[in-house]
Design a protein. Structure first.
Length: 142
């Protein structure tokens, strides 16, 4: 009869015993402690400010709507403050600019894509934007 190599057999038996001892039940964490550990660090509350239609200022409208293109020149929009680009447009007059903004022109959608803008709000936005670029138009009062 052949006996297995004793050191190897002892090592194998020890490894098997260690493996079996690791199969026991893992300690359970306290549910309340776990709940506290995963609480968010803070909370964010986003509230949409609703401004009554017709009451928005030119600056509010340009910031929220027009600035997306006019601050970067996207879609060939004249950049705010670029007097050279705005000069021929300003020369057409306030009413022509307002009508172009209301109806849309070239790649600019009607009302800058904000269908809820009133004509007066569009006029305020045009005055604000053009005045930043060299015009001296008077905007309708809110």
């Amino acid at each position: 009869m052949h006996l297995p190599n004793t050191p190897h057999a002892v090592l194998a038996a020890a490894a098997f015993a260690l493996l079996l001892s690791a199969c026991g039940k893992a300690p359970q964490a306290d549910p309340e402690e776990t709940a506290r550990a995963i609480l968010p660090v803070g909370q964010v509350a986003i509230e949409k400010v609703k401004v009554e239609p017709g009451k928005r200022t030119g600056e509010e409208i340009v910031t929220a709507v027009c600035g997306a293109c006019h601050s970067s020149g996207a879609l060939n929009a004249p950049k705010t403050g670029d007097k050279e680009a705005w000069a021929p447009r300003i020369a057409q007059g306030f009413d022509a600019l307002v009508q172009a903004a209301i109806n849309g022109k070239n790649q600019m959608p009607a009302r800058g894509g904000a269908a809820d803008l009133t004509d007066e709000e569009v006029a305020r936005a045009v005055a604000y934007l053009a005045n930043q670029s060299g015009a001296s138009f008077e905007a309708p009062a809110p």
